[in-house]
Design a protein around this ligand. Structure first.
Ligand code: B12
Ligand code: SF4
Ligand code: SF4
Length: 366
């Protein structure tokens, strides 16, 4: 059975494939509880641990899982910009959720021509821990940056899997965490917000990728490190020696799609946004979160010419846009911005009033 599946994968040019029948991750309980205790977890993770651990809570008939890693970022080079925003390379091209699900679905349908079985496909959005499933299937090992790294293609891989009701002969299950980093700590040294923890894992609340996606309040001291990122962060992967090969590959991809015009982002309607960026995986949080990140980027890039554009945003109907515009204005020109905030404060609701007060009284804004 396994050989039939492997042969089909070969025909479909699926290279990073593995199998696991480990269907419960109760053994991770202490580690996960420790993360919660330390506040290293975040609102994008399932909070019900039982759902996280038990594959059968997602697909009750599950007996084995076929996992794959789909590489991306071939030939990508770092892009340094002085007046534009940037989205992460994981968001390049067709949304990976759609691309990978389609690939897995085609794969399952071809397998079904040979073997009768039931299945369920998951890519990213299930409560399960994708990396643990794929690690157990032998797709890769954890790096210090907490990404799953494959010895051949590195960590620029999206992960997906087919849960099946098949008794596939698995062989060796890859339980042990293999240390593939040895004494390297390049990612830890380069992480802009010091999110990578020496003891393993990351403090997700500090991770720039998280900060670009959350709608919770971002502390002043984290904003500078968000640089001009509009969605995601690639730094710990770009600096990783395990990714040299994929980044040096020849590729026809036009990565200029990842560059974002900040002026345009400020003035876009939701309809414009959905038309231009809606098909990208990174657009899932919607226009206002991107716009907030654009406003932070304008301050970080010191784009003084955008001062008056941001001033207009103090009249935005969204509290979020107002409070980040006020911060950005204070960074660009403290004196002029203070005058504006002092003038506007009496017309604002309590949330904005408190934020303006804090900004006007704070010695340190980043
Ligand atoms: C929530 C989430 C995030 C959060 C939190 C990430 C995190 N590290 O916890 C944020 C928004 C920060 C994020 C960012 C990114 N994400 Co994300 N994310 C997820 C999601 C939905 C859940 C992750 C999760 O459960 N985290 C909780 C921890 C416990 O699980 P884990 O991160 O898998 O951690 C494993 C190991 O790192 C290790 N570990 C973690 N902490 C500790 C602590 C100790 C002490 C030890 C020993 C080990 C250890 O054990 C864990 C599993 O057992 C998954 C999809 C899914 N359903 O699994 C995608 C996923 C992890 N993300 C993915 C990607 C691509 C990214 C980004 C690269 C996107 C970007 N360019 O910005 C960054 C990478 C940031 C990073 N360094 O991890 C891929 C990872 C692919 C890969 N090769 O590893 C996934 C699997 C989506 C997918 N199916 O392709 N993400
Ligand atoms: S994605 Fe960026 S902020 Fe997050 S751990 Fe990696 S380098 Fe640090
Ligand atoms: S940069 Fe070094 S320490 Fe970090 S994941 Fe890559 S090999 Fe491991």
């Amino acid at each position: 059975m396994k050989q039939i599946i492997l042969n089909i994968a070969k025909d479909m040019n699926i290279k990073n494939i593995g199998f696991t029948n480990v269907l419960n991750f109760g053994y991770l309980e202490n580690m996960l509880n420790e993360r919660v205790k330390n506040n290293y977890n975040n609102e994008f993770e399932e909070s019900d641990m039982k759902k996280r651990f038990d594959v059968k809570s997602v697909f009750p008939k599950c007996k084995s899982i076929i996992a794959i890693g789909l590489p991306y970022a071939e030939g990508f080079k770092s892009i340094n910009l002085t007046d534009k925003g940037l989205i992460s390379v994981v968001s390049y091209g067709e949304d990976y959720h759609i691309k990978l699900k389609k690939l897995l679905n085609d794969f399952a349908l071809i397998i079904k021509e040979h073997i009768d079985f039931e299945y369920k496909i998951c890519v990213d959005t299930s409560p399960l821990i994708d990396r643990e499933i794929c690690k157990n299937a032998g797709i890769g090992s954890y790096g210090k940056n907490s990404l799953l790294i494959n010895e051949n293609v590195g960590s620029f891989m999206n992960l997906g899997y087919i849960m099946t009701d098949l008794d596939i002969e698995i062989g060796n299950n890859n339980f042990e965490n293999i240390d593939i980093c040895n004494d390297c700590n390049i990612c830890e040294k380069n992480c802009p917000n010091k999110a990578i923890l020496n003891e393993g894992g990351i403090n997700t609340k500090r991770c720039v990728s998280y900060l670009t996606q959350t709608k919770t309040y971002i502390p002043y001291e984290y904003r500078k490190n968000m640089s001009n990122q509009i969605y995601g962060c690639d730094i710990c992967q770009l600096v990783c020696p395990k990714n040299k090969k994929i980044l040096q590959m020849n590729s026809e991809n036009d990565y200029s799609e990842l560059i974002i015009d900040l002026n345009e982002l400020l003035t876009m309607t939701n309809t414009d946004f959905n038309k231009k960026y809606g098909s990208l995986s990174g657009s899932w949080r919607g226009k206002n979160v991107w716009k907030r990140n654009g406003i932070i980027s304008i301050a970080n890039l010191d784009m003084k010419s955008m001062f008056y554009n941001l001033r207009d945003e103090l009249n935005n109907t969204s509290d979020m846009i107002k409070i980040y515009s006020a911060w950005s204005l204070m960074i660009l020109n403290k004196q002029k911005a203070s005058e504006l905030l002092n003038c506007n404060i009496k017309y604002e609701n309590d949330i904005i009033k408190n934020e303006y007060k804090k900004l006007l009284e704070s010695e340190k804004l980043c």
